[in-house]
Design a protein around this ligand. Sequence first.
Ligand SMILES: Nc1ncnc2c1ncn2[C@@H]1O[C@H](COP(=O)(O)OP(=O)(O)OP(=O)(O)O)[C@@H](O)[C@H]1O
Length: 453
Amino acid sequence: MTDTVLVVDDDLGIQKQLKWSLTDYDVVFADDRSSAIAQLRRHEPKVVTLDLGLPPDPANASEGLMALEEIIALAPRTKVIVVTGNNDKENALRAIDLGAYDFYQKPIDSDTIKLLINRALNLAKLEQENRVLAKTRPGMGRIIGNSDAIQAVVRKAEKIAGTDISTLLLGESGTGKEVFARSIHEHSPRKDKPFVAINCASIPENLLESELFGYEKGAFTGANKTTLGKIETAQGGTLFLDEIGDMPIGLQAKMLRFLQERVIERVGGRNEIPVDIRVICATHRDLQSMVAEESFREDLYYRIGEIPIHIPPLRDRDQDIILLARTFLNMYREEFNAKAKSFSDSAVQAMLAHKWPGNIREMQNKLKSAVIMAEGTVVQADDLGLTAVAGNAEPETLNLREVRELAESRAIRKAYQNAGKNMSKTAELLGVTRPTLYSLIDKYQMEDIKTGT
Ligand SMILES: Nc1ncnc2c1ncn2[C@@H]1O[C@H](COP(=O)(O)OP(=O)(O)OP(=O)(O)O)[C@@H](O)[C@H]1O
């Protein structure tokens, strides 16, 4: 099906020019605010180009801005590209603040506007696909993200979901390890049985054993009745052991026995109880170094990590940052019946520049308070508690040297991640020597890579 694009412009010459250049789309026209709204209702276009100088006041942007507000209110997902007079930056920025997707300054150049429309359409489609995915796939659908990095993880998780292989989810705090564990469970033949999660770091060492394995009446003072542990309550289903790296070394031996023999003994009990459960573990710790330091058993490490899955941090998923932010914005807007509908340009830049040490959880927190705090319909960087650091944000530049530098630093970051943070491999992937790589990292002041964080 051909995509429909609505062109709102009272200049017949421009209407004609766009009709001839946008042959890949179904182009419909409107020449003032009311006909624009009528066309919007009728055709539901994903992309609209809107000249801000509309009659009855073509010399000013007021009518166009009103049209923009009405379009966004009626169909908030529409990508509106506003067309402004030359040098009318103020109104262009105002339009972005009101929720326009992008702006374009006259005179109109067919190729450029085509490119803009194409990009807007692609984004609209991606967002739509994601909404459909989230609705139709209750399992992995809860994982939002279009980046190659997260999609590769999703595919891996989907593949192992149907098996009983022990999976070890590795990733920083807040990257979604528990979400993945649940999704794997919901995609597995055990989906109608319980999913039981336990966080090994949040339970005092002396209680963890009885929490996991249960206890018999009289096993210790206060054990008034026989109580099932988390392992037994997960019978038939999936047990999610979060922060497994924090499991006391003494308990690791008992854990290993359960994983190998699939039987447990309650604390104070003498009977072996067979258990049929799938185990998924997660940690933000470096288990390999813990094994080297002997604070984590090597045999247990191999037993729980038959297939390890690395969940990338949010800062390495550029593409997902805005998608997730928009998703949470919509979610919290509904939850708190708030006004905030879109992000200002500076908010977008600030989010892209931020390092997100708390990953998706941090983003949820920032978005929640921003939606509550925002004064108008547009969330500003300030509302998010972020400041767009000049130079950190991606510059809209055509200066070749800057474009080249930006592309280089991006490629370095990507290669570094793909190479598992190994410098020799990074250099190899980039086709440069290690000294060259180090001098580039210095040049672009990539402190995190330098320090290996
Ligand atoms: N891809 C995703 N799409 C949507 N929401 C996500 C995604 N990943 C994580 N979340 C949300 O982010 C929050 C943190 O995720 P989760 O608790 O799974 O992270 P975690 O890695 O287990 O964190 P921790 O190590 O601190 O326990 C949750 O509220 C979760 O719903």
